[in-house]
Ligand binder design. Structure first.
Ligand SMILES: C[S@@+](CC[C@H](N)C(=O)[O-])C[C@H]1O[C@@H](n2cnc3c(N)ncnc32)[C@H](O)[C@@H]1O
Length: 246
């Protein structure tokens, strides 16, 4: 992976809580954050006594390298948000500059934690669809702004293999959002849900309280049926007779 090919952009613990509807009990579980990049989820949750490991290919780079890349791409990302402002709800954030400053605080929080997190094994360089983790090492895995969002770059088979790999290492997997970069429900969602169901997983779409990109208000929850499954409130599960919206 070339650092010049990535656009580091990181969200906060508060955003992760809303995107994945994380309860206090969820936050006490051993969590894997997959594709966390420069999000402050790990730094903040670790600071509060949580147990979290993040994996991302960008963790092959040094703090200085990631910091320079953030500085370089930041103005372009904020300008892009301003150009596409109608694709977002402006309730949690006032304007693109406000999003930029909140995200920059989160990324700075990540950067200040990065070297000690690398030493402690909390930031691990790895890429889906293969994770260097033991079976059931985690109770919960969360994936923010990677699967389904990048549906043009990641095909349905890669989605399926990635979700099965996440289920191998974690008892429960949550993915947000389910829309692609254009704000349309990912075309991979339905075939991937159907295949996971056919292979014995419990899969459901669950409404979450997070609101920013228009159309992005649901997460996917996947649990291996061999494990006890906790049915969520306000969810739509995939059973043979009841087809999920596409
Ligand atoms: C848009 S960023 C989201 C960062 C963070 N999850 C958040 O929501 O703030 C997507 C992240 O996915 C990472 N990524 C790209 N390909 C990946 C893969 N195959 N496996 C794991 N992470 C990957 C990128 O390096 C990047 O940090």
């Amino acid at each position: 992976m070339q650092l010049s090919s990535i656009v580091p952009w990181g969200r906060s613990l508060a955003e992760y809580k809303a995107m994945f509807d994380l309860s206090i009990t969820d936050l006490e579980r051993r969590i894997l954050g997959c594709g966390d990049g420069p999000a402050s989820f790990n730094a903040e949750l670790t600071g509060q006594g949580g147990e979290v490991v993040s994996v991302d290919p960008i963790y092959q780079f040094t703090r200085q390298e990631i910091h320079s890349r953030i500085q370089r791409v930041y103005p372009g990302v904020v300008a892009e948000l301003a150009r596409n402002a109608e694709q977002y709800h402006w309730s949690s954030f006032r304007d693109p500059g406000h999003v930029g400053s909140v995200r920059m605080s989160a990324m700075n929080r990540f950067l200040s934690d990065y070297d000690s997190g690398l030493k402690d094994g909390r930031y691990i360089e790895a890429s889906l669809p293969e994770l260097p983790m033991f079976d059931n090492e985690f109770e919960l895995a969360v994936v923010s702004h990677l699967l389904f969002l990048y549906s043009e770059q990641i095909d349905a088979i890669q989605h399926l293999n990635s979700l099965k790999e996440l289920c191998r290492v974690a008892g429960e997997v949550r993915v947000f959002p389910l829309v692609d970069l254009k704000g349309k429900l990912s075309s991979h969602l339905r075939p991937v849900m159907e295949e996971l169901y056919a292979q014995g997983y419990h899969v459901e779409r669950v409404k979450v309280p997070y609101r920013f990109q228009k159309g992005a208000d649901e997460m996917l929850r996947v649990v291996s049926k061999k494990r006890p499954s906790r049915k969520s409130h306000g969810s739509e599960s995939l059973e043979p007779e009841s087809k999920a919206d596409a």
